[in-house]
Design a protein around this ligand. Structure first.
Ligand SMILES: [Zn+2]
Length: 431
């Protein structure tokens, strides 16, 4: 498979007339600039590497447009989210996840990390694996690369039992979680892992889980999204959530911390020093009034930055990237907080790394890329290396996964439209 691009903006650097070849696995095996297209090449205009959505809860999409206008805070939003979770069955989850993944793919996300915690039947009786297999089947159906981040969720708060609504998220113990994870890893290749948060998993269970997982498995965790979470950690353990992870010895390059909003300077040093990935979710953090995390400081300290759509109220990698930069401008009163190469890396290679994948379009990395319309009302006149700051998902044309067109002009390769899929799936969840 060979793809030719008139122009490729890779990690903020513009390359002209690029010819990319992929091997049978969809990995990049050749990268030549100033090349001419050959017969049979897939010919694209201006392209960027495929975007990674490093943090998603697909089912939260059911809350879009229903929870943003009536005040409240993160905790009142969470009550509404629990009500939706209680309505999920494997069949409904499969339809909804497929529709949301279709929306992601057509928006330019070629890979997704699904932070998945609705494991069991309401009340907690195991299925045992139907919910996880439903998510995997949804991604395969649509053609997006999935890293299923199978999540440990054991407590309702520090030292608290799970509530009735949370019962279906829980495995009972760290050992039971690991047993289920091991079984599932034989069914879903490339399975990832997650710890919901320091609220939902105790310090000893965090250590047991991280030590019990194979070394090459990516581990994600929600971290310091809300001040209340920090207060609970300080009260129970005498340290911040980051301090707790450091004390348990679990911070490393395979760990991704999600949000990292309310950090101390010591937290930033710990996370950067360990070389973790930090997944910022600007559109969600803004919607929920979480706050603005110190992304610039984390990058300077040694962390890798990635982005995620989290609650999927917005599914647009370009708006997440722009949110990352704009929020930091608002916080710092300065422009250009991230260079274009840094933003380009956060949208793609940073997120792929967080999902234990090599950078797309590097030799051996996946041949995943996205064609951007440079002549739309939003993008006409833009310098190619500044497209990320003016284009939106509406400017995404063809989406290429592993060298093949997976979506085009807002539709999947087989012609299905995400809006139709969503209409049907949302009806099923509401029924
Ligand atoms: Zn989340």
């Amino acid at each position: 498979m060979t793809v030719w691009c008139e122009r490729l903006v890779l990690d903020g650097v513009v390359h002209d007339r690029v010819r990319l070849t992929a091997d049978a696995t969809g990995a990049t095996s050749g990268f030549i600039t100033d090349a001419s297209p050959a017969p049979g090449d897939l010919v694209l205009g201006t392209a960027v590497p495929g975007a990674a959505n490093a943090h998603s809860h697909a089912f939260h999409r059911a809350l879009r447009g229903r929870t943003h206008g009536d005040g409240g805070d993160f905790w009142t939003w969470r009550e509404l989210m629990y009500r939706t979770a209680s309505r999920l069955t494997p069949a409904r989850y499969r339809s909804l996840a497929a529709a949301v993944f279709a929306e992601m793919l057509t928006a330019g996300y070629t890979a997704v990390g699904e932070f998945h915690y609705v494991h069991h039947q309401p009340g907690g009786t195991p299925y045992p694996h139907e919910m996880e297999l439903a998510v995997a089947a949804a991604a395969a159906d649509v053609g997006i690369r999935l890293t299923l981040l199978d999540t440990a969720y054991l407590a309702g708060g520090v030292g608290e039992r799970l509530s009735a609504e949370q019962a279906r998220f829980g495995d009972g113990s760290a050992e039971a979680y690991l047993r289920r994870w091991q079984e599932l890893s034989t069914l879903i290749p490339g399975l990832g892992a997650a710890i919901h948060s320091v609220r939902a998993v105790s310090s000893t269970d965090i250590r047991t889980i991280v030590e019990g997982l194979p070394d090459d498995v990516p581990v994600h965790i929600h971290l310091s999204e809300q001040p209340k979470e920090n207060e609970a950690s300080l009260a129970a353990y005498g340290v911040t959530p980051t301090g707790l992870l450091a004390r348990e010895g679990v911070l490393s390059t395979r760990v991704s911390v999600v949000h990292a909003t309310h950090l101390t300077e010591d937290d930033v040093r710990e996370l950067g020093g360990a070389g973790v990935s930090v997944v910022m979710c600007p559109t969600t953090e803004g919607d929920l009034g979480d706050g603005i995390g110190p992304a610039r400081e984390l990058l300077d300290a040694g962390a890798t930055i990635a982005v995620g759509s989290d609650q999927n109220a917005v599914v647009d990698p370009l708006l997440e990237i722009r949110g990352l930069e704009i929020q930091d401008r608002l916080r710092s009163l300065r422009r250009g907080r991230f260079s274009m190469p840094e933003l380009g890396t956060a949208m793609s290679a940073g997120g792929y790394r967080s999902l234990a994948r090599r950078a797309p379009l590097s030799i051996g990395g996946l041949l995943d890329l996205v064609e951007i319309d440079t002549r739309s009302v939003r993008t006409i006149g833009a310098e190619p290396d500044q497209l990320l700051l003016c284009a939106t998902a509406a400017d995404v044309r063809r989406v290429v996964v592993g060298g093949r067109v997976a979506a085009s002009a807002g539709r999947l390769a087989d012609g299905r439209q995400p809006a139709d899929m969503l209409a049907e799936a949302l009806e099923e969840v509401a029924a």
